[in-house]
Design a protein around this ligand. Structure first.
Ligand code: PSU
Ligand code: MN
Length: 309
């Protein structure tokens, strides 16, 4: 499809020169945070990536074109439109927004697809979608995408608005290695540990790069999930996060919220119920993940250049 994918000059140059590039999603700009925290967070993630010597590529669909490497003005435009003006785009939504020339904010699944089309290997985000608590049939398309698209996704685990044990079961079924970056247990987003075991602890970007290179050498096409605990100073106590999540989840059920609206609803309620404290943890995790994602992208680019793999 002509012009369905467009690149900023900076990202196009970086990709042409095999430099490290890190993809970033746009749903957190439109549906994850309110203005102005959304713009500030998106830009802080980009800065963290540049500081590590990599190039950020924030991705969204603008007038039907998958745009890889949003400008500051484009980020501000999306933030201004917000949830009401921009469709949240997972796999099933992409053909709709592209075909009908709409705007779309890409989720983890949507961003993985776009990154793969663009030739970007690493993507940093906050929390991935998962299996919703009390609704084992509500399985985020993020988990299925991780099973079929070879992108390395750096996140802070999943928020415990989800059923974390069931989420790990689905990732196992999908064949997705879950790595713990400097940890032996799955991070629970606001808090550093869920207590659940991950598949393998890794302690350097080079270890992640070695696992990704082995996947490619084996011809396996699944994604790799790198989970990074939120920085200690900004973590929320587990019981405080839990109380807010339980109440928000109950309210979502009582109000009959379902489908793609569940995650934004619960996240917004958790923010209110923690008096804004969840936001500091959220932003700290996002910026830290951007930094780690950039380090992994740099390690992958270096391995590619020396081995030509
Ligand atoms: N989890 C978060 N913050 C988010 C999301 C998830 O902690 O902003 C967003 C991501 O874009 C993710 C999407 O891909 O929500 C998952 O939505 P669903 O559960 O409807 O698949
Ligand atoms: Mn869902």
């Amino acid at each position: 499809m002509k012009d369905a994918l467009v690149f900023s000059e900076e990202v196009a140059d970086a990709l042409a020169n095999y430099q490290a590039v890190v993809a970033l999603e746009s749903t957190l700009i439109t549906h994850g945070f309110a203005y102005p925290a959304n713009v500030a967070t998106a830009l802080a993630m980009e800065d963290a990536i540049r500081a590590e010597g990599a190039v950020p590529a924030t991705i969204a669909v603008l007038d039907g074109r998958i745009t890889v490497g949003l400008s500051r003005e484009q980020i501000e435009m999306l933030a201004g439109l917000g949830q009401a003006g921009v469709r949240k785009c997972s796999r099933r939504d992409l053909p709709i927004v592209v075909g009908l020339r709409q705007h779309g904010a890409t989720t983890v699944a949507g961003t993985m697809i776009a990154a793969h089309l663009a030739g970007i290997k690493v993507f940093a985000t906050g929390g991935i979608g998962g299996v919703h608590r009390g609704h084992p049939q509500d399985i985020s398309a993020d988990l299925i995408e991780l099973g079929r698209t070879p992108i390395t996704v750096v996140c802070a685990g999943a928020k415990s608005i989800l059923d974390l044990p069931l989420t790990l079961e689905v990732l196992e079924t999908q064949g997705v290695p879950v790595l713990g970056y400097g940890t032996d247990t799955l991070p629970a987003f606001y808090s550093r540990s869920s207590g659940l075991p991950i598949d393998q602890r890794v302690d350097s970007p080079e270890e992640v790069a070695a696992i990704v290179a082995a996947r490619d050498a084996l011809g396996l096409e699944h994604g790799t999930l790198v989970t990074v605990p939120v920085p200690e100073a900004d973590a929320l106590p587990m019981d405080e996060a839990e109380r807010a999540i339980e109440q928000a989840t109950r309210e979502a059920d009582a109000q009959g919220i379902h489908g793609k609206d569940v995650t934004p609803f619960v996240l917004a309620r958790v923010l209110e119920l923690t008096g804004g404290r969840s936001q500091a943890a959220n932003i700290a995790a996002l910026v830290n993940n951007a930094r780690v994602g950039a380090q992994i992208a740099v390690a992958l680019a270096r391995a590619f250049k020396t081995e030509g793999a």
